[in-house]
Design a protein around this ligand. Structure first.
Ligand code: NDP
Length: 480
């Protein structure tokens, strides 16, 4: 079986102890490659390499750094087919999704930050005839970047690209559940001529390899995307060491659908926002709040369309939902369906594993699931499920919808549907979310701030926000 390798100091290397564990293909429920079970000793090597590379990389002109990052972006595009196939196989997602979203976006991330750094300027503040202040924004050192399994290369590159563009060196760990495209990226970085040690990729388990990065004395900043419980542990561990932290965490996003919306547009988009990537996008809307006057119309049409979605072979272009990422995740999602029933909910469609035949007989497929009849305060409507499960909840007034939308501990994204302009602005202002989409979902401009409020995270990624996170501002004051 193929063994993946760590990428340390410009070379592809085995883990020091030589230990590996199996990488499972979710659509088949079988191992197909081996992942390095790296530990502290591998992380120490990676951090030492990143530290050595920092003076060279941070002092390299922005133009030269930019050229290398743009080369990586171009190589990702040139290798689109291989990367998309690898992502689909590793994660279970439909190949067409990996081809159209995940991999193009990974390329865009490198291109965006490779060019953004050329336009990154700082402020100056003149004190009349007394003095001039200007702000130096300097790279910090070794950045620790840790990302989850749902959008593997997309989110991995969303951290690495700005960290490198700003002049830092990086030690990164992809999710152990989906490491393959990060491994392919290390080969691309070598081909692109990224200097040795500038990016180091260490594979392995979160609590072992990941925790060693978080705890390392020579890693002064951490950019993490993942679950809220892991984020809390990272915050507790990093705080006494005064590390800079960016945490992008879980969500329980509301869709708020008013009766005056463009029904067809809303329906098409709500299907996507509910079940894209098997509902495993942190931005997926999982609580659908519907104005009571159109509740039955919505329910009838939505359930009809959801029950026609095709679950199956990720390589089939007609497939709408592939496999969920792992057996344990599938079990977790099914437990939430049982919980919903115990809490009094009615499953309108789905709610079960989909058994396929042949090579996919052991795959982790779930039917897209719609549940109604639950109060907004119950666990099913408060906890993140992160799978193809949504609930329908009617509301009578705008205030009620906002109260329900804001009632969870999370605050990542929302999607509101209305043709009333004033209401759109009002609701967007009142929602406790980092992103408030109006009449759309997942429409992303990479220049905009990205992140959540409350337990959905701390800090912002995106645009110059990420470059500010990955640099330290210094006030220089010169007396006239
Ligand atoms: P986890 O928190 O379990 O893992 C995220 C990453 O952290 C993985 O690489 C994991 O490694 C690693 N990790 C786990 N434990 C530790 C530790 N103690 N120290 C350091 N690293 C650790 O999340 P999932 O991978 O399950 O991802 C799903 C979650 O991510 C959902 O809650 C989702 O909402 C959230 N998410 C948030 C986004 C946002 O932008 N706000 C975007 C996408 C997802 P390993 O896999 O090896 O355990």
């Amino acid at each position: 079986m193929e063994k993946l390798l760590n990428y340390i100091d410009g070379k592809l290397v085995q883990p020091i102890k030589g230990d590996y564990f199996e990488n499972i293909e979710p659509a088949k429920g079988e191992a197909y490659s081996l992942i390095p079970d790296s530990d502290e000793s591998d992380v120490n090597l990676a951090v030492a390499a990143a530290k050595r590379a920092f003076p060279i990389w941070s002092k390299m002109s922005a133009q030269r750094r930019s050229a290398i990052l743009v080369r990586i972006a171009n190589l990702i595009t040139e290798n689109l087919d291989e990367l998309a196939q690898a992502e689909s196989r590793d994660n279970g997602k439909p190949l067409k999704l990996a081809r159209s979203i995940d991999i193009p976006r990974a390329s865009s991330n490198f291109h965006f930050y490779g060019t953004a750094i050329l336009h990154y300027a700082s402020e100056s503040h003149s004190m009349e005839d007394l003095a001039l202040n200007y702000t130096l924004r300097q790279p910090i050192g070794v950045a620790g970047c840790i990302s989850p399994w749902n959008l593997p290369l997309y989110l991995f590159s969303w951290k690495i690209a700005p960290a490198l563009a700003a002049g830092n060196t990086v030690v990164a760990k992809p999710s152990e559940v989906t490491p393959y495209t990060a491994y392919l990226l290390s080969r691309i970085c070598i081909e692109a001529g990224l200097p040795d040690g500038v990016l180091n990729i260490v594979h392995g388990y979160g609590p072992k390899a990941g925790a060693s990065i978080i705890e390392h004395e020579d890693v002064p900043m951490i950019s993490f995307t993942g679950g809220t419980a892991t984020g809390e542990w990272i915050a507790r561990t990093a705080a006494p060491k005064f590390k800079k932290l960016s945490l992008e965490l879980g969500g329980k996003n509301p869709n708020i659908i008013f009766a005056d919306c463009d029904f067809d547009d809303m329906m098409d988009t709500t299907l996507r926002s509910s079940f894209s990537n098997q509902g495993q996008i942190c931005l997926c809307g999982s609580r659908i709040l519907i104005e009571r006057s159109i509740y039955n119309k919505f329910k009838t049409e939505f359930v009809k369309r959801v029950s026609k979605l095709k679950v199956g072979d990720p390589n089939d272009s007609k497939t709408n939902l592939g496999a969920v990422v792992s057996e344990s995740h599938m079990e977790k999602v099914l437990e939430y369906v049982e919980l919903a029933k115990e809490e009094g909910g009615t499953v309108l469609t789905g709610g079960h594993r989909v058994e396929l035949e042949g090579e996919f007989a052991k795959g982790y497929f779930l039917a897209p699931t719609v549940i109604e009849g639950l109060p907004h305060t119950c666990r099913t409507n408060q906890e993140e499920i992160f799978g193809p499960v949504v609930t329908l909840i009617p509301f009578d007034t705008e205030e009620e919808a906002i109260t329900m939308a804001n009632s969870t501990k999370y605050g990542l994204a929302s999607s509101t549907w209305t043709s009333d302009l004033k209401r759109a602005h009002r609701v967007a202002r009142e929602l406790h979310t980092g992103i408030a989409w109006i009449n759309c979902w997942l429409l992303r401009d990479l220049r905009t701030p990205f992140g959540g409020v409350k337990n959905s995270g701390v800090g912002r990624e995106g645009g110059f926000e990420a470059l500010q996170f990955f640099t330290e501002p210094k006030n220089v004051c010169i007396k006239y």
